[in-house]
Design a protein around this ligand. Structure first.
Ligand code: SF4
Ligand code: FES
Length: 255
């Protein structure tokens, strides 16, 4: 497809720091190649702002390949923008038309406070993962080859799908309750489905759910918005599995 150039208007959330009151600012951006990615378009905006001696927009990014989960942006009312199964960095400007107005906001959730402009603090996710603890794998030198441990194909596939979660937080941002249960469900499932993860499975689910509640995330009310907006297609089946794991652990735990 031949590349073309479009002129757009951007409405971008600007907020100096965590305590400042933010507001939407309007910028005109011309000659945006439809071949550029959304983040390249943001780079173009920042070059324009720097040339105009204005402060560039702070936004998070790292891999720009859909892997790291950093590029958290709410675009036209949708987490990661209008494409399904796509992170902001993998979104391209060909999805937009000449003359479009594009609204860009940070994730909005109590547990993800805004640090500056479009950057939010997602360290609550790190603390939940840390609460999950370790996996007992014998690395003493007599380590068993992972391929020698029989795992049903269906379980291996489900564990692999759950492990595709990149911790981006789109599930939280798109949930009306700011629930983190899709993320935590995926993290619990990727271990619970495999024999290697069963040793600490009970403690893991209890600790991760406790930490999730302490961080101030809301509860799941089964609206399914998280699954729709998840760029990695994580299924809400993982929430059901986490709930089963939690119930089993809570009923049999001696702690
Ligand atoms: S479950 Fe999906 S939306 Fe939520 S953090 Fe993982 S990849 Fe992102
Ligand atoms: S920048 Fe890494 S997933 Fe988008």
């Amino acid at each position: 497809m031949a590349s073309k150039y479009i002129n757009i208007t951007l409405k971008v959330w600007r907020q100096k720091n965590a305590n400042a009151k933010g507001a939407m600012e309007t910028y005109k951006l011309n000659e945006v190649s439809t071949d550029s990615s959304f983040l390249e378009m943001m780079d173009q905006l920042n070059e324009q702002l720097i040339n105009d001696r204005q402060e560039p927009v702070a936004f998070d990014h790292d891999c720009r390949e859909g892997i790291c989960g950093m590029c958290s942006m709410y675009i036209n009312g949708r987490a990661h923008g209008p494409d399904t199964g796509t992170t902001t960095c993998q979104l391209h400007m060909r999805k937009f038309n000449d003359g479009d107005t594009i609204y860009i906001e940070p994730w909005r959730a109590k547990a993800f406070p805004v640090i500056k402009d479009l950057v939010v603090d997602r360290s609550a996710f790190d603390r939940i993962q840390q609460a999950g603890g370790f996996v007992s794998v014998n690395t003493s030198g007599r380590t068993m080859d992972a391929n020698a441990i029989p795992v049903p194909k269906v379980d291996a596939d489900k564990a692999f799908e759950a492990a595709a979660c990149i911790g981006c937080g789109a599930c939280v941002a798109s949930c009306k309750n700011s629930s983190a249960m899709l993320f935590v469900g995926a993290k619990v499932s990727q271990y619970a489905l495999l024999p290697q993860g069963r040793v600490e499975a009970k403690e893991r689910v209890l600790n991760m759910v406790r930490q999730m509640d302490e961080e101030g995330f809301g509860n799941c009310t089964n609206t399914g918005a998280c699954e729709v907006e998840c760029p990695k297609g994580i299924s809400i089946e993982n929430i059901a599995r986490m709930n089963r794991e939690f119930l089993k652990a809570a009923l049999t735990s001696e702690k």
